[in-house]
Design a protein around this ligand. Structure first.
Ligand SMILES: [Zn+2]
Length: 248
């Protein structure tokens, strides 16, 4: 039986002679895998709609082991992401992260709208891509159950002055906990303030912030460690990002 759902393409794999298997984050069925028959053939009406990042309304039906794509009504292919290596690499990392943290056949809640908004904002050339990526990353983690604790010690629960960020404890830690041997990255109060804003403000409001390079470096280091502590995956796209940053 055919049904319609909004979806974002989070992964594509070529299959057979001219087919593609795509992973789709849908707003109704969570993450699903769908076969796009003939999608690599030049005359296929599925070519554009089955590319990575594509967002639209998908007409699907369920077969024995796959979903099959019948039609795609494209809302946005986010083609502007492909005009800029940094934006493209950030978009690729973000969509890889989304693909990793969403569950099959489970409604994705806020993560779906976050995915669409992030791709929209990242492909807008007037935004600061690094700011958008860090904000989207921390929000994605928060929506999937890993909201970092930023106000009280994540280890003992006490309020007061926080001296470090411990990825394994799940947030900031106090001096006593650190001195008792819990490992944490030193973090500035400014970085903590920005992380807190990133959790509370939406991307539209956040995109007006201006941060300096040192702060980005700090946020990147802490957030990568935080992602690594909670999500078991070696993100190939992060190595891509590092190699591009070296060239720049
Ligand atoms: Zn503590």
């Amino acid at each position: 039986m055919l049904f319609k759902t909004r979806g974002v393409v989070t992964k594509t794999v070529n299959y057979g002679e001219g087919d593609k298997i795509i992973t789709l984050l849908t707003d109704t069925h969570g993450k699903i895998q769908a076969m796009a028959r003939g999608a690599r053939r030049t005359k296929s009406k599925l070519i554009a709609g089955t590319q990575l990042f594509c967002y639209g309304e998908f007409l699907l039906y369920k077969g024995k082991s796959w979903y099959y794509i019948d039609q795609v009504e494209i809302d946005n292919t986010f083609y502007k992401l492909r005009n800029d290596l940094i934006r493209l690499s950030f978009g690729t990392y973000f969509i890889e992260l989304i693909n990793e943290i969403t569950q099959p056949e489970l409604a994705p809640g806020n993560l779906f709208d976050l995915a669409v908004q992030t791709l929209e904002t990242l492909s807008d050339e007037t935004t600061d891509p690094e700011l958008i990526l860090r904000a989207a990353e921390i929000k994605a983690l928060a929506y999937s159950g890993f909201r970092p604790q930023l106000r009280r010690c994540a280890n003992c629960g006490r309020p007061g002055e926080m001296v470090a960020f411990s990825p394994s404890a799940g947030g900031v830690i106090c001096r006593e906990c650190r001195d008792s041997g819990l490992y944490g990255y030193s973090i500035s109060s400014q970085a903590l303030k920005i992380m807190d804003l990133m959790l509370r403000w939406d991307l539209d409001k956040l995109k007006c912030l201006k941060l300096d390079l040192e702060l980005y470096k700090e946020l990147e280091k802490v957030m990568r460690a935080y992602v690594a502590a909670h999500i078991e995956k070696d993100f190939v796209s992060n190595r891509f990002i590092d190699s591009i940053k070296k060239i720049k």
